[in-house]
Design a protein around this ligand. Structure first.
Ligand SMILES: N[C@@H](CCC(=O)N[C@@H](CS)C(=O)NCC(=O)O)C(=O)O
Length: 234
């Protein structure tokens, strides 16, 4: 059985990790059978989650994992035109390489209250004796990443201004459609859902969350996809 390694479920959502939620949502949208093992990134082959094991194959990174799902099981993007496929890739990059960092800033740096919520959700599974030490080491490491990406060099209002532009673009791209590229779910929906639920549907408070919540179509989209593909979490 295909095994998905990811963080433990929390907050009543599929996953607190945008990338894990993206990967599991692809599996559900494509109707691929799988099992889950919960773990932490320090045990992952590339030091990040998710990763999968499928027979002898061990694969990390949601992009390579979904490429494997497409060739071995089901390609949700097979009916896209080349222009739609290009739009899908561009939007995924916006979501995963830009909006992601604004949400990371919100969780790991913006307020102490957010950090405490984030810390409990990720490191709460560790024994009390080492929990705080591991959390502090990771917080330092992730904050270095946020700075290295460039996002962490801006003022809070500037960071959120940039993230809100991403949210505006997503809201405009979705419009009143059922899915981002029409009537059927594609990889872009797996990605968008994974990141939107981790922006507007989780207990991390920020101007970015408030802005995303003000977009009725994005809020309804997240609620609809969660209800349709995660009835077990309702
Ligand atoms: N490009 C990777 C990104 C995965 C990623 O950044 N995972 C985060 C959780 S959302 C992680 O495990 N971070 C741990 C770390 O950076 O140490 C993918 O698409 O899977």
């Amino acid at each position: 059985m295909l095994m998905l390694y990811q963080f433990a479920r929390t907050w009543g959502n599929p996953n607190l990790s945008h990338f894990c939620c993206k990967t599991e949502t692809y599996l559900r949208m494509a109707g691929i059978e799988y099992d889950i093992k919960t773990t932490l990134p320090l045990f992952a082959p590339k030091g990040k989650l998710p990763y999968i094991e499928d027979g002898d194959l061990k694969l990390a990174d949601s992009r390579f994992i979904i490429r494997h799902f497409k060739t071995r099981y089901k390609d949700l993007d097979q009916d896209l035109t080349s222009a739609e496929a290009a739009l899908s890739l561009a939007m995924q990059r916006l979501i995963e390489e830009h909006l992601f960092w604004v949400t990371m800033y919100s969780r790991w740096q913006y307020t102490d209250a957010n950090w405490q919520v984030n810390k409990k959700a990720i490191f709460g599974v560790l024994p009390p004796g080492i929990r705080d030490v591991v959390a502090s080491i990771y917080r330092y490491k992730i904050n270095q990443q946020i700075y290295g990406h460039g996002t962490g060099r801006h003022k809070p209002n500037e960071i959120f201004e940039l993230g809100m532009l991403d949210v505006d673009a997503l809201a405009a791209c979705l419009g009143e459609k059922r899915y981002f590229l029409g009537d059927q779910p594609t990889t872009l929906d797996a990605s968008a859902f994974g990141f939107l639920i981790n922006t507007l549907g989780c207990p991390i408070e920020s101007p970015l969350k408030e802005h995303a919540l003000s977009k009725d179509n994005l809020r309804n989209y997240v609620d609809r996809i969660k209800a349709e593909y995660y009835p077990d979490l309702q």
